[in-house]
Design a protein around this ligand. Structure first.
Ligand code: F3S
Length: 400
């Protein structure tokens, strides 16, 4: 791999032991995949911050890194943790025991001491501050699959699908390996999927479409997906689904992705309304839901408004509606009056966390859940929770 003079000095330890070790790992991974050089990054987003996901081993790794004096060189945000840090008891059916509490606190302390901003959200792209620090065309190192897909496909920000620790090491080194989505030729779509339909996709349908595309697409290079997304929520759910059901780091979406796609495809696949309907029926909730779950990835204000509209037209539900959201957007929605309006319809907000990275699945196995998120469906069903997919409108109707 070609290294600059500055990178050689970092590796030699002239800028500190921790930075040298971080860069060493980045170089090794880059060499393993055949990257010819490194690229400077302007931002990093670290995943794998929940104690439920990384456990004691992850906690020790982060504490040792922090103790060795590691500091991030670029603005760095981080994914959700295992509970709402201001209200640990807010997750339904769930107890946060002292081991989780202490382990999580230690993880957050270590990350903060390295300079990581504790945003605790998997939708960093909704943060106002991100728009100030990251510009289109810049290289970043993000480690949350939905955020990676959103960065590459919507923001036009270039990132690999970094593993959680790798995004942190890239933040410390200020660089990542020049590979995959960082390379312009790699980003050109190789196959095209076309969904002919006369109405826009809602968030549940968009997620299921993402799953179908991920299942049918046979390359790690991006597909072009020509479909009509009914706003921000559906776009987010579609990208989260392709990131969940495959190793894809992006999809080219005409009118959204800020790049020229070219017009040479190895194959063109036409999808029909019937294909979508069949999968929606197969993945429907297995019985009357006891929880309606929205906000995987963390909710946008678009979804909150859509939910409020559906509730206003149908009335107060009999079951609880749980929304996971970033603390940043929650505060904004609170000021707008959206939070109080939704709470009057039995909506419960959980911040900094979600039903998947919290211990919820340990306690909620007997609860039937309906969600508009393919990603939530995918992970909750693998953890043994009874879950199915439906649109926000249909879920509200089921909750009456
Ligand atoms: Fe985010 Fe949790 Fe879903 S971290 S993407 S809400 S699994």
């Amino acid at each position: 791999m070609h290294l600059t003079r500055e990178e050689e000095r970092i590796l030699a330890g002239e800028l500190g032991w921790a930075k040298a070790r971080a860069l060493e790992v980045i170089v090794k991974v880059g060499e393993a995949v055949g990257a010819e050089k490194l690229v400077k990054i302007s931002h990093a987003h670290v995943s794998g911050a929940s104690y439920m996901t990384i456990g004691e081993a992850g906690r020790r790794f982060l504490e040792e890194l922090a103790k060795a004096g590691a500091r991030v060189e670029v603005p760095t945000t981080v994914n959700p943790v295992s509970y709402d840090i201001e209200d640990p008891e807010s997750i339904p059916y769930t107890r946060i025991d002292s081991k989780v509490l202490k382990g999580q606190q230690a993880i957050m302390k270590a990350l903060e001491s390295m300079g990581v901003k504790l945003t605790l959200t998997c939708t960093p792209y909704y943060l106002d501050e991100l728009k100030r620090v990251v510009k289109q065309g810049e290289h970043v190192a993000w480690g949350e699959s939905n955020a990676v897909a959103y960065a590459n496909s919507v923001l036009g920000v270039w990132t690999n699908r970094e593993g959680g620790p790798l995004a942190l090491l890239a933040a410390i080194a200020g660089r990542t390996y020049y590979y995959g989505p960082h390379v312009p030729e790699w980003r050109r779509p190789v196959a095209a999927f076309r969904l002919s339909r006369y109405k826009p996709l809602d968030s549940a349908e968009a997620g299921v479409l993402g799953y179908i595309v991920a299942r049918e697409h046979k390359s790690e290079r991006p597909p072009l997906v020509d479909a009509w997304f009914g706003g921000e929520g559906p776009l987010k759910e579609f990208l989260a689904a392709i990131g969940t059901a495959s190793n894809l780091a992006m999809a080219y979406i005409p009118g959204i992705t800020p790049l020229e796609p070219g017009n040479e495809f190895e194959e063109v696949i036409d999808l029909s309304e019937e294909d979508l309907k069949r999968e929606m029926e197969r993945l429907a909730p297995p019985g009357k839901p006891e929880i309606i779950y929205i906000g995987c990835p963390h909710s946008s204000t678009h979804e909150l408004r859509e939910l409020l509209l559906a509730l206003k037209s149908r009335g107060k539900p009999k079951v609880e509606i749980v929304v996971s959201i970033s603390r940043g957007l929650f505060t904004k929605a609170l000021k707008e009056g959206l939070v109080d309006a939704l709470r009057s319809y039995r909506v419960r907000f959980i911040k900094d966390t979600c039903l998947i990275v919290s211990p919820f699945s340990k306690y909620g196995k007997d609860v039937v859940i309906a969600t508009n998120s393919y990603k939530a469906y995918h992970y909750l069903s693998r953890k043994g929770v009874k879950v199915g997919i439906a649109s926000i409108k249909d879920m509200v109707a089921m909750a009456l």
